[in-house]
Design a protein around this ligand. Structure first.
Ligand code: PMM
Length: 285
């Protein structure tokens, strides 16, 4: 089992795997697109997720689902900032899910405590500087390219070794750019330039991340590989995204047992329970 570093600047140690709830302020995210475009609704949803047990609420204004095209910086700022501000004012720990330095910087100024960049600083050359200057925890996810091209980039000989190795190289790059290694969270990037088999292989080997010595974030929630696993036995139709939450909670328990620092989920209640079950089992050993 991993023995992850659990202390990150500005965040408490929850003494168990944490839960990051998701608020996508987008019209086109794969499972909740369009639901939280209105800032008031988005803030209310984030507050509800915190009440259900989310330790952090992750606010994003740009869909990264396979094939998604990018939104403009202005539009992303317009979507994200009022929600970050509203949640921070309500006392919720907020992370901002963005690949843009300007958005990350403005979100931190508005109260965000974590920068969650699915490109790990690769999509925007200004991001590493913002992470270094703000000093907030910074998610470095495994990423090979933008959503329009990522499915074609899912080519590996040894997926676990290559993904961990590529994140390690990016970790070194962001540290060279001034980021404190103690603020970095790593993430395998399930579904990003990954086949379903790659996603399972990565989940099966969470122990492979221990050598990086950094907290591990696992974001499996409602992803395509679960839709395939749970496909209708008769018709072969994929299980719809919003009917993948029980499987997501099962992964939350298993990821917690595998040493994950936190899980990122759309539906919080079941995963909040799952990580508490895992912590109770660990404490009873
Ligand atoms: N996946 C999505 C968005 N943001 N952030 C991190 N750190 N890791 C992920 O795997 C990740 C992410 C895509 O899922 P969504 O559209 O449902 O938010």
């Amino acid at each position: 089992m991993n023995t992850p570093h659990r202390t990150l600047p500005g965040l408490p140690d929850w003494g168990r795997c944490g839960v990051m709830g998701i608020v996508n302020v987008t019209p086109d995210s794969f499972s909740d697109g369009g639901l939280w475009l209105d800032p008031e609704k988005a803030v209310a949803h984030g507050i509800a997720l915190a009440a259900q047990g989310a330790d952090i609420v992750d606010v994003g204004g740009e869909s990264t689902r396979p094939g998604a095209t990018r939104v403009t910086e202005d539009e992303e700022l317009r979507r994200v900032l009022p929600v970050v501000r509203g949640l921070a004012q309500a006392g919720v720990v907020v992370s901002v899910d963005t690949m843009r330095a300007v958005v990350a910087e403005a979100a931190v100024a508005a109260g965000a405590k974590v920068i969650n960049d699915v490109s790990g600083g690769r999509a925007d050359s200004g991001m590493v500087k913002v992470a270094a200057e703000t000093g907030v925890p910074f998610v470095v996810m495994h990423w090979r390219g933008q959503s329009t091209e990522m499915d074609a980039l899912a080519r590996y000989d040894e997926v676990v070794t290559e993904v961990v190795g590529e994140v390690e190289a990016q970790l070194e790059a962001v540290v060279a750019g001034g980021v404190d290694p103690g603020q970095v969270i790593v993430d395998p990037g399930l579904g990003f330039a990954k086949t379903r088999e790659d996603d399972w292989a990565l989940l099966a080997r969470l122990d492979a991340w221990a050598r990086l010595g950094r907290p591990l974030l696992v974001a499996a929630s409602r992803k395509r590989f679960l839709g395939t696993l749970l496909a209708d036995a008769r018709t072969g139709e994929l299980r719809p995204a919003r009917a993948r939450d029980a499987a997501t909670a099962a992964i939350s328990a298993l990821a917690a047992a595998g040493g994950a620092w936190a899980v990122r989920v759309h539906e919080v209640t079941a995963s909040a329970d799952a990580v508490r079950v895992e912590a109770a089992l660990r404490a009873a050993r």
